[in-house]
Write a protein that binds this ligand. Structure first.
Ligand SMILES: NC(=O)c1ccc[n+]([C@@H]2O[C@H](COP(=O)([O-])OP(=O)(O)OC[C@H]3O[C@@H](n4cnc5c(N)ncnc54)[C@H](OP(=O)(O)O)[C@@H]3O)[C@@H](O)[C@H]2O)c1
Length: 207
């Protein structure tokens, strides 16, 4: 049976991962008045590195804030057409629900899926079960009007996969010019192995 695991691995068969990525502060705030709370060059580079080549799913307000499709990624935007038309370029896929977004993302099975905001979309995806959470944590307590998954909820179900990924840096927030202490975290769902990370893992576990 070990050979099955090797075959699955060599075939490159894997489960498409569902991930969240966000930049949040000590009070789990994401944004204020439709804008981000922080703009760090280092965080944009991190976001670019992690999501490049993958599928990104976002709410229409987040899309409008970004203002254009993210290059080198499949962009899927969720909106409700009854609330008015949204103008998007041809390479952006408009859908009306998270289910529809995930179904379309599944056609890109070799890519992973990143939910990139905002609040409701993070919450709905989290409650369905995500594999990894990429959280940039800012050591600041500015109040916002949109929030990420509560810190305790995250810690109950996820664990940090690599202490090195928690590296802390002091970076300049381009919105305020202030220096902030930030850290790049990667949280892995505790039940990921039981849910079979990929077919090779599943076969290994069951043989
Ligand atoms: N810090 C970060 O990492 C980060 C990341 C992303 C966003 N943000 C911030 O978060 C704020 C925007 O987030 P938001 O929560 O207000 O808006 P959002 O999720 O970007 O957009 C909300 C809209 O998207 C549609 N939508 C989202 N989820 C849906 C679902 N599951 N089913 C159906 N429609 C859905 C709805 O569109 P309709 O109105 O058409 O129904 C909803 O009104 C901004 O301040 C932004 O800067 C921060």
């Amino acid at each position: 049976m070990k050979r099955l695991a090797e075959i699955a691995s060599s075939l490159g068969v894997r489960k498409q991962r569902l991930n969240l990525i966000a930049c949040v502060n000590e009070v789990d705030a994401l944004g204020l008045g439709g804008n981000l709370l922080y703009r760090f060059k280092e965080d944009f580079q991190w976001f670019q590195t992690v999501t490049s080549g993958q599928v990104v799913i976002m709410g229409v307000k987040t899309y409008k804030e970004i203002g254009k499709p993210l290059p080198n990624r499949r962009n899927i935007v969720i909106h409700n057409p009854s609330k008015g038309e949204v103008e998007v370029p041809d390479d952006v896929i408009l859908v009306t629900s998270l289910d529809e977004a995930l179904m379309i993302a599944s056609f890109d099975g070799e890519r992973d899926v990143f939910i990139i905001g905002g609040e409701a979309l993070y919450g709905e995806s989290f409650s369905r079960g995500v594999d990894y959470v990429y959280r940039t944590k800012v050591w600041d307590d500015t109040m916002g009007d949109t929030f990420f998954i509560n810190d305790d909820t995250l810690k109950n179900q996820f664990h940090n996969v690599n202490n090195e990924s928690f590296r802390t840096k002091t970076c300049v927030n381009r919105m305020t010019g202030r220096e902030e202490r930030i850290q790049f975290e990667i949280w892995r769902n505790n039940s990921l192995l039981e849910r079979a990370d990929n077919l090779a893992d599943w076969v290994s576990l069951h043989t």
